[in-house]
Ligand binder design. Structure first.
Ligand code: MN
Ligand code: MN
Length: 298
């Protein structure tokens, strides 16, 4: 696929239509007392019911956790009053992926951060035309955040998406400086500003434990590990997956741990705001055509 979406646009649109239906469900599921497992599983199940596959585990990130958290196999995480919650999910049809996120603020005081994240996303989308420098998109997002009194998370970016590949190389920054390249016609991008408060550091750092993984290239020699490696390859290819999706037996849990330690499975560490400030996120996937940019997930 070089420079044209002719043959794949219909399936991107199909995946987008699934995500459009999932967004209000995600917003409705976020309430005080809801378990993270319940939110993840409901959205993943609905994705399948609507004819798609989850492109990655539904991420439910609370407060200062910005990205890469999903229900761990043992469960136990519950949403509380006051939480700022991001629900980030992907729908895939025939390998064509869309990626979108909603934020819900359960704080009794509305700080406006969720609305501001949405405004940043709209500003980013409006500027993401074919041939525009990606730095211009970042500048539009950053300017919108700062004029509302918030900071962008500078080291999280939007990304190009290609078939079976959630992070396909191209980057859509949320800041003006530090990124080169142009928005290209015939490509699909997720645009995803993350905002925090003025007392935040404005960047995320890695934290533990990791609950989202992907297969790495190296194959294990040990038969138990090799069997698990093949099972993962067959089910998810190199797309992100949750440990809970594997439904591991006790023995397999050990093999899985060794696959991770050996680097045959890579982790996506949780990403947390450096100063512990709460983070809001907004995300849509767009298809860039020569003459216009289409938002697939709204
Ligand atoms: Mn996402
Ligand atoms: Mn994304």
């Amino acid at each position: 696929m070089s420079g044209s979406l002719d043959s794949s646009l219909d399936r991107y649109v199909q995946a987008g239509m699934i995500a459009v239906k999932l967004r209000p469900l995600a917003e409705k599921l976020v309430k005080s007392g809801a378990s993270v497992a319940e939110i993840c599983e409901s959205i993943e199940e609905e994705t399948r019911r609507l004819g798609g596959k989850p492109a990655f585990p539904v991420n439910v990130c609370v407060g200062s956790v910005a990205a890469h958290f999903t229900a761990p196999p043992e469960g136990g995480h519950v949403i509380s009053d006051g939480d700022l919650v991001k629900v980030d999910f992907g729908a895939m049809v025939d390998g064509f992926i869309v990626d979108t996120a909603v934020s819900v603020n359960l704080s009794p005081m509305d700080s406006g951060i969720v609305r501001a994240a949405g405004d940043c996303l709209e500003a980013g989308i409006a500027s993401a035309r074919a041939g525009v420098e990606v730095a211009k998109v970042g500048a539009a997002i950053q300017r919108t955040a700062e004029s509302a009194g918030f900071k962008v998370i500078s080291n999280l970016t939007g990304h190009e998406i290609s078939r079976h590949n959630l992070h396909a190389g191209g980057v859509v920054p949320n800041v003006e400086r530090g990124y080169r390249g142009k928005v290209q016609a015939g490509k699909v991008y997720a645009i995803e500003p993350f905002l925090t408060y003025s007392y935040g550091a404005g960047f995320v750092v890695e934290s533990s434990p990791s609950v989202i993984f992907r297969l790495a290239r190296s194959r294990p020699r040990d038969p138990a590990q090799a069997a698990l490696h093949s099972k993962i390859a067959g089910s998810f290819g190199t797309l992100p997956f949750a440990e809970r999706w594997l439904k591991l037996s006790g023995e397999e849990k050990e093999a899985f741990k060794r696959l991770v330690d050996a680097g045959c499975v890579s982790k996506y560490p949780q990403l947390v705001e450096k100063n512990g400030a709460a983070v809001a996120q907004a995300e849509h996937t767009v298809a860039v055509l020569p003459e216009k940019t289409i938002v697939l997930t709204r």
